[in-house]
Write a new protein. Structure first.
Ligand code: COA
Ligand code: AMP
Length: 630
């Protein structure tokens, strides 16, 4: 296939292109109205289509006589458990979970929060919600009660599904106490919880409010799938914005199903029967799209992995699983490979395994530096495909579309726009920039099927965050450029969002928490480069004159505060006390300049800076604290 021809058709002949792709999924009512555009801000895909996403992912395969094919493999090195589930087994379990939710009062359109570790019942619960037309919102298990409370407040779930505990490297995370605390903090109260008791650590249940997952599911009758409209919401996934309030990204049913199927064929080149492994977590968009929905819709076997690339028990885990389950397509965040390389620099573990089934490795979630790509390609002798996307889109914006034609790889670029995405680079005034000119990476609206139609309960914020800055374009929040060959280079966020180990976090939110401490006069939190996690947060604080805190005392308290409010995975471990922060004459803190000073990359002193000598002070403090790269 010719990439240019296929891509151009998706842009120039949108309705024809997506009607054709939509015809490949089993609708209950095939849409006639493919793209409905009111104006450049308001549009919808497949408006009159009707379907059920759980049916597409599960029942359809059973109906087609493929019920005995494997849908999920569960491998949990942290609990020494391995299990496999056929499509028929998934259908039975999901139908009974749906029956339990129904018994607890869940109907089409209701919301359910799922706060669970990486266990099969997390994926099954998502599918059970989809089956009922209920809207799930999965909250990553690493989030602290405060973050969970914010999501409960906003999503207003009738029911929360959770577990007694999760298991991380060498420690148990008690989910149930976190959930109890979150419910106490939120002013909205769910009417019930369903709690999966895990043998590693059980928890107390409150009679009449907390229901034991296994007992309830066993006692429930299976519930059938319902018909939903293409534009009905399938899920809400909260992601970090620039403030303490996360954005509730909404995903619809119809566009999502079409996009998931399309991406499996054309981006990942994955076929029915393939083993597709996305080593992520169902709490992130990668987990939603490529652990649960897309592989199942495409009839692949998906892997639910409860472990880490290292220390569970060692850096061989990924390679071991690829051999054991004959993984054909693998996808993870670059951090995972950096961690493996650090723990196994001579690739001793790697050499023990046979990766002959593996065709391609995909990376995304954060920028992947060329050295990691080189190392991985040399080591595995497989194509390493970097692709760029975000929670908002739900699937790749820029990629080397492996199911179309593999284009030559250019280091540092995720290759070319995926079908349906008209990527442009704009300057501050909204003018389209030419080749190699860096600016705001934007996408001309309408975005293709599957991308966010709005933010949950907040159309105003949706427009303000993504559409208002450049009318007619969606603002991705990333900066970058397109070269003369049309390759897109993503250079990093242009807002207060950072990526720590592939986890998207808001430095704006961290600043809000740090400045809530009584001794802090002002602060800045910036993302500085880190060898393993890509970026890590650094807090710079100015103390009030009245403060009698020692540096060590304030550092300890601020680190504990961010950990308690956001969670351990924010990895907020470094705070330095400074006398002043560099600002423009109008009082804006120069965060980007500080980041460049500390990362040791060349920069020009902004002409608007009030007092350039503060940058030298910051550098000196960073050098003394051994956090500076130079
Ligand atoms: N639940 C609870 N806590 C969690 C968690 C979860 N799901 N995930 C991470 N944490 C905690 C960790 O236990 C750690 O706590 P600590 O400060 O008490 O030690 C903290 O958050 C920081 O975690 P992390 O930075 O991930 O360090 P780690 O040593 O646990 O693991 C890696 C390092 C590289 C193995 C891990 O970051 C990793 O697998 N990264 C890939 C991430 C990924 O796949 N992202 C998907 C996005 S596409
Ligand atoms: P998330 O919404 O958590 O998936 O994070 C999305 C953000 O991660 C993007 O806006 C980028 O900043 C970054 N990102 C994701 N994939 C890539 C990639 N392949 N290259 C560079 N940055 C990436």
């Amino acid at each position: 296939m010719d990439y240019n021809h296929f891509y151009n058709e998706s842009i120039l002949n949108k309705e024809y292109f997506w009607r054709n792709q939509a015809s490949k999924i089993a609708w209950f009512k095939t849409p006639e109205n493919i793209l409905n555009v009111d104006n450049e801000e308001n549009y919808s895909w497949f408006e009159d289509g009707e379907l059920n996403t759980c049916y597409l992912a599960v029942d359809k395969h059973v109906d087609e006589g493929k019920g005995d094919k494997l849908a999920f493999i569960y491998d949990s090195p942290v609990t020494n458990t391995k299990k496999q589930f056929t499509f028929l087994e998934v259908k039975e379990r999901v139908s009974k979970i749906a029956g339990s939710l129904k018994k607890l009062g869940i109907e089409k359109g209701d919301t359910v929060i799922i706060y669970m570790p990486m266990v099969p019942d997390a994926a099954f619960s998502m599918l059970a919600c989809a089956r009922l037309g209920a809207v799930h919102s999965v909250v990553f298990g690493g989030f602290a009660p405060h973050e969970l409370a914010i999501r409960i407040e906003d999503a207003k779930p009738k029911v929360v599904i959770s577990a007694s505990c999760g298991i991380e490297i060498e420690k148990i995370i008690p989910y149930k106490p976190f959930l109890d605390e979150a419910i106490a903090l939120a002013s909205f109260k769910p009417s019930a919880t369903l709690i999966l008791q895990r043998d590693t650590q059980r928890c107390d249940l409150k009679a009449g409010f907390d229901f034991d997952f296994e007992t309830t599911v066993t006692a429930s009758s299976p519930a059938d799938f319902v018909t939903v409209k293409a534009t009905d919401p399938l899920y809400i996934l909260y992601t970090s914005g620039t403030t303490g309030k996360p954005k509730g990204i909404v995903r619809d049913n119809g566009g999502h199903a079409v996009a998931m199927r399309f991406s499996m064929e054309y981006v990942y080149n994955a076929k029915e029967g393939d083993v597709f492994w996305a080593a992520s977590d169902v709490g992130w968009v990668v987990g939603h799209s490529y652990i649960v929905y897309a592989p199942l819709i495409a009839g692949c076997t998906s892997i639910i992995f409860e472990g880490k690339p290292i220390k569970t028990p060692d850096p061989s885990t990924f390679w071991r699983m690829m051999e054991e389950y004959k993984v054909n397509v693998f996808f993870t965040a670059p951090t995972a490979f950096r961690a493996i390389r650090k723990e196994d620099p001579e690739s001793v573990y790697f050499r023990k395994y046979d990766l002959s089934a593996l065709r391609t490795i995909f990376v995304a979630g954060e920028r992947c530096e060329p050295s990691t790509i080189h190392w991985l390609r040399e080591l595995t002798q497989k194509p390493i495909i970097d692709h760029w996307w975000q929670t908002e889109t739900g699937w790749a914006i820029v990629a080397n579309m492996m199911g179309v034609a593999q284009l030559p790889v250019k280091e540092g670029s995720a290759t070319k726009p995926v079908c349906g995405y008209e990527v442009v680079i704009l300057d501050e005034e909204g003018e389209v920039l030419g080749p190699n000119q860096e600016g705001f990476v934007c996408i001309k609206t309408p975005l293709p099927p599957g991308c966010l139609p709005t933010l949950w309960n907040d159309e105003v914020r949706y427009k303000e965050s993504y559409l208002d800055k450049f009318p007619g374009y969606y603002l991705t929040g990333d900066g970058g450029y397109i070269d003369t060959d049309g390759y897109v280079f993503i250079m990093g966020r242009i807002d207060d969002v950072i990526n720590v180990s592939g986890h998207r976090l808001s430095t704006g939110e961290m600043e809000e928490i740090v400045s809530s401490h009584a001794a802090v006069a002002e602060c800045a939190v910036i993302g500085i480069a880190d060898e393993i996690s890509g970026q890590k947060p650094l807090g710079l604080v100015v103390l009030k004159d009245s403060s009698n805190y020692s540096d060590e005392q304030i550092q300890r308290e601020l680190i504990a505060l961010v950990r308690a409010q956001i969670g351990a995975m924010a990895a907020f471990r470094t705070v330095v006390v400074v006398k002043r922060l560099p600002k423009t004459r109008s009082g804006k803190i120069l965060r980007k300049t500080m980041r460049m000073v500390i990362d040791g990359v060349p920069f020009t002193i902004p002409s608007t800076i009030d007092d350039p000598s503060i940058l030298d002070e910051i550098k000196e403090i960073a050098v003394t604290a051994k956090i500076c790269k130079v």
